[in-house]
Ligand binder design. Sequence first.
Ligand SMILES: *Cc1c(COP(=O)(O)O)cnc(C)c1O
Length: 385
Amino acid sequence: MAFLAARSVDPVPSDPPTVQAGRRAGAILTVDLAAIAENYRLLRRQAGRAACAAVVKADAYGLGAARVAPTLARAGCRDFFVAHLEEGLALRAILGRGPRIAVLHGAPPGTEGDCRAQDLVPVLNDLEQVAAWRGLARRRDEVLPAILQVDTGMARFGLPRADLDRLLAGPDGLAGLSLDLVMSHLACADTPDHPANAEQHAAFASLRSRLPGVPASLAASSGIFLGPAFQADLVRPGAALYGVNPQPGRPNPMRPVVRLQARILQLREVAAGAGIGYGHTAVARRPMRLAVVAAGYADGYLRSASGRGMAFAGPHPLAGVGRVSMDSLILDVTDVPPEAVPLGGFVDLIGPGHGVDALAEAAGTIGYEVLTSLGARYHRVYREA
Ligand SMILES: *Cc1c(COP(=O)(O)O)cnc(C)c1O
């Protein structure tokens, strides 16, 4: 009966095995693969003549690279980026031969052979990585593909100008390497009028002119929306594929990808003056009805959203009350018709009325962190492309 009640609140479209597991689940995370494919196509159109890669690091931002990456490949993506070599090895097993897989951190010293063995392309971020990859090329008497990252003003990854000068002036230079790409990364692309964007663009134009004929890449999700000058030959979106707004403060052009539904575990009435949750950080100002639902900070529902998060039961907004616990959080259902919040039913913690960015704002963070924190206990449902 509890599950029937849940279905009457908001059915999770699912096949029979999923219904079984869904019955046991405390919370259900639905990932819309069709929306990811559509977001990919939208970004590719937005990128004009630039090719569109996909960044699937951190298990496709927490959504599951094993399902997300093949979806993107079927949508036409031929270039994938991960952060770590291990992620690249796993992704090669998922995608098979064919797509280019680039490893943003390059290969840790001594593991260049592993990188090469699975046809992964390292992003070379410093002179040591360049020398190590060149050394492998020499030992194997092969020309090896590589991506060179230059730092245009983020002080994170890539060769600063002086190192690029040294490299190109040195005796070995890029011997044995075939550069697939020269790339850099923008620090402030989500703030279109930030002066750093134009500065980094100018620095990149100057650095890439030292490598004539090598394709170039500067833009991630937000950079794509800075216009054609920033799109270069290849764009590298991650977050926008997964529904995060690449233009904060403006309407989100991306389709939502994630829905998180948590089950109502308890319903209770409390008197005015009752302390609610750990630390009694909330106190009932009037008689209240509360719903305790099955998601907490151990599931990546960030504790910093305590008292500021929001859920929906169909059209009804529900305010979070008191601290987020490890396995649960408390919602105010005082003014909601009881049939909208049945015991055992589900409410949306992330959904149509309250997206990833809205939850992030409540938690004082960004959509990226909400996604990459999504917990392992959620029952996952993938909606096929
Ligand atoms: C993570 C990352 C991206 C993707 O960034 P989004 O903002 O998620 O689109 C692109 N390039 C580099 C170097 C990155 O580290």
